[in-house]
Design a protein around this ligand. Structure first.
Ligand code: ADP
Ligand code: MG
Length: 688
């Protein structure tokens, strides 16, 4: 049997089961093999009934003394209770709606049960299993010790229960699966790792805690090692490619655009710009990540790099994660490039078919020099005449796979510049961006006033809005952010629509207000944003559509309603919309939440504006998945490793991967495994 064979090849799995398993993401033999337990049940020790502790899990073996059946409650639950004894005491065990068990639980029958013990109701100190986790009937001669062990607990469903998973996984492990060795023997030895085949067995059915830990370490290491190999291979492939685009030193156009900027580049910006130039001037494709907190001034670097590619006769593409942001870049670039002769085009999913065709043609014919757009840029129909540079903005929304799709669009490999405001901890940088070189903008442009942040209860809304009104009357603009778009009867939260109606007829009567949310038509959104940019709208009620990138320096106030509904990373991005100009800015987090976690999150927001500090706090409070937003992080699927906890392992795996790649030209042992495991991310290296 091959690891890529459909799961149905396994005995006991028919079309129906296969379909149910597909819903859990299990399609192939390999997927079941790596459907690791989400927990374990320790049945490695037997506890005498007299030693049971209330509230603790234990495994007990005993003999059925008697059974009794009753019907209880409105729902006519049939409860079967057996009293079992082991010579040290008695224990009640109950089953619900399983009348057929009565026949099997004859007095004298021996039983093996695991569960949580509690004092039995009215049982005078007797114990009952309040949560029966598992039970097994023992045959006459069977020794209960034979049943002892650590049992896997899978993320099961009603139809696919624990017993099913335990049976099928055990069956799978008993087969002679073609599990190739992935790690070079030297690595396995150096890091004291359990052999692969043994690790797969032990992670499902560990014989003790030490075996489980060793299996986990081995598989986590392997996972991280593979990803690092993949990323380093990507990097090497780009580096060795003779198809890179070679740019010349900055020419007249670049100088003209720099001279036309309304500000001088900061030292950090200038340093990063030099790094970008150096990369672009090499024949090897650039793969550079620019990391800089919100408002640090990354956009101008994108602009300069794009101009540089254009003056060298190439086209450039800038991809943004939202329509609003793409549109904003388009408008501001068009303005800043007026008089240079550079033609800027816009592409998003919301154009008419005719506009699409037209834009495709203008891109293919090189009439357009710079295209700015959304994910629509990735589509196959977009073909460039001479793509020299791809910039992706706010990269954390794009995975490795999307990045690759864009890169494939040129005859040569274009230079790649990635901008992110996400203050990614180092370990994550290595995992998500392990194939990129990193530049950092550490300081904000001068003259910024620090943003002041306050947490306030809803009872203070009148005061808050009175203050906002005063500020608007003094010339500023303001955002009000709400978690929901429209009325929702299930949740007791004011929606953006409601808040908008309430505010414009209430506190802000006579002041021009706007509403912006994700479900509005593209043209409507655009009109509202345009009015806000032009200061015709003073108060913008919005959902998180304004989260990234929006740049209106005159907006100096932000009120976030139900702030507890947002994650730290999101609040930080939102808050980054203000404090972009010379005005003192205020962010008010409105919340009545009493939960500790929410209170802590908001308190941290009020305390610091440092993205790195916030990111670390967020990781601590919510874990890595949440931090990047569901499914959007582009992080390869890690099943065992944990980028937070396994930092040491990650660094070791990266080093091992580096050494492997340095030593051996032949990666035939890595590529097939990479293909099975991370097909999507590394398609373009495993394909060839
Ligand atoms: P981000 O890094 O979040 O993308 P932007 O590039 O949007 O930040 O820049 C934020 C604001 O700072 C913009 O209004 C931009 O014009 C301004 N800015 C950028 N660089 C400088 C600078 N060197 N001096 C002054 N203002 C700058
Ligand atoms: Mg930006």
């Amino acid at each position: 049997m091959e690891l890529t064979d459909p799961i149905q090849y396994l005995k006991g799995i028919g079309p129906k089961k296969a379909e149910q398993m597909a819903r859990l993401g299990i399609y192939r033999i390999y997927d079941l093999l790596t459907y690791y337990p989400r927990a374990y049940e320790d049945q490695s020790r037997l506890t005498p009934i007299s030693d049971l502790q209330a509230g603790e899990k234990a495994t007990v073996t005993g003999t059925v003394m008697s059974t009794r059946e009753r019907v209880a409650g409105k729902r006519r639950l049939r409860i079967l209770t057996a009293l079992i004894g082991d010579g040290t005491g008695f224990l009640q065990v109950s089953w619900f709606n399983q009348p057929f068990l009565k026949k099997q639980l004859q007095p004298g029958r021996r039983l093996f049960v695991t569960g949580k013990a509690e004092y039995a109701y009215g049982g005078q100190g007797q114990f009952a299993m309040s949560q029966l986790i598992s039970y097994q009937l023992l045959s006459e001669q069977e020794e209960p010790e034979g049943k002892l062990g650590i049992l896997p607990v899978y993320a099961a469903t009603e139809k696919l229960n624990q017993a099913f998973f335990r049976r099928e996984v055990a069956l799978l492990l008993s087969l002679d699966l073609p599990l190739r060795e992935v790690l070079p023997p030297a690595v396995e030895k150096a890091y004291d790792l359990m052999p692969r085949r043994e690790a797969f067995s032990a992670i499902h059915f560990p014989k003790d805690a030490a075996a489980l830990a060793a299996a986990r370490k081995r598989l986590a290491f392997e996972e991280l090692y593979l990803i690092q190999c993949g990323l380093l291979l990507l990097k090497r492939k780009a580096r060795e490619s003779k198809r890179g685009v070679r740019h010349l030193a900055a020419g007249r156009l670049s100088q003209q655009v720099i001279a036309g900027l309304p500000f001088a580049l900061t030292d950090d910006q200038a340093a990063v710009w030099r790094e970008i130039c150096r990369d672009m001037e090499l024949p090897v494709p650039m793969r550079r990540l620019v990391q800089g907190d919100v408002g640090s001034g990354k956009t101008v670097l994108a602009l300069l790099a794009l101009v540089k590619t254009v003056e060298n006769g190439f086209q450039g593409a800038l991809m943004a994660p939202t329509e609003i942001l793409a549109r904003q870049h388009y408008e501001s670039f068009t303005r800043q490039l007026a008089g240079t002769g550079i033609c800027v085009g816009f592409l998003s999913g919301h154009l008419t078919p005719k506009q699409h065709e037209e834009m495709y043609e203008r891109i293919a014919s090189h009439e357009v020099d710079i295209v700015i757009g959304t994910h629509a840029l990735i589509e196959d129909k977009v073909q460039f005449a001479a793509l020299g540079l791809v910039v992706t903005d706010e990269q954390h929304r794009f995975g490795i796979a999307q990045r690759a799709a864009l890169e494939k669009k040129g005859a040569s490999l274009p230079d790649v510049l990635v901008m992110t405001a996400t203050p990614i901890p180092r370990t994550m940088t290595l995992t998500v961006y392990g194939d990129l070189d990193v530049s950092q903008i550490r300081h904000l442009p001068p003259g910024r006033q620090p943003i002041r942040t306050f947490v306030r209860g809803t009872d203070r809304r009148p005061l808050i809005y009175e203050y906002v009104r005063k500020q608007i009357e003094a010339g500023r603009q303001a955002y009000v952010v709400c978690p929901l778009i429209e009325m929702n009867e299930d949740v007791d939260l004011p929606s953006a629509e409601e808040v908008y109606e309430e505010l414009r007829h209430g506190f802000f009567r006579g002041i021009s207000c706007g509403l912006l949310h994700g479900r509005m038509k593209a043209a409507e959104k655009e009109a509202v944003m345009q009015a806000f940019y032009e200061n015709r709208i003073k108060l913008l009620v919005a959902t998180t559509v304004i989260e990234v990138g929006v740049n209106v320096p005159n907006a100096a106030l932000m009120v976030i309603e139900h702030a507890e509904r947002f994650g730290l990373a999101q609040l930080h991005q939102l808050r980054g919309r203000i404090g972009r100009g010379p005005y003192r800015s205020y962010c008010i987090l409105v919340s009545d939440s009493k939960t500790e976690n929410a209170k802590e999150r908001l308190a941290i927001m009020a305390e610091t504006t440092d993205g790195f500090e916030l990111a670390e706090a967020d990781l601590r409070l919510r874990g890595p998945g949440q931090f990047f937003g569901a499914q959007q992080h582009g992080l390869p699927d890690l099943k065992v490793a944990d980028v937070l906890r396994d930092t040491d392992l990650l660094l070791a795996a990266r080093q091992a991967a580096q050494e492997t790649l340095k030593r051996s030209e032949d990666l035939s042992f890595v590529l097939p495994v990479l293909a099975v495991q991370y097909k999507e991310q590394f398609l373009h290296i495993t394909d060839t």
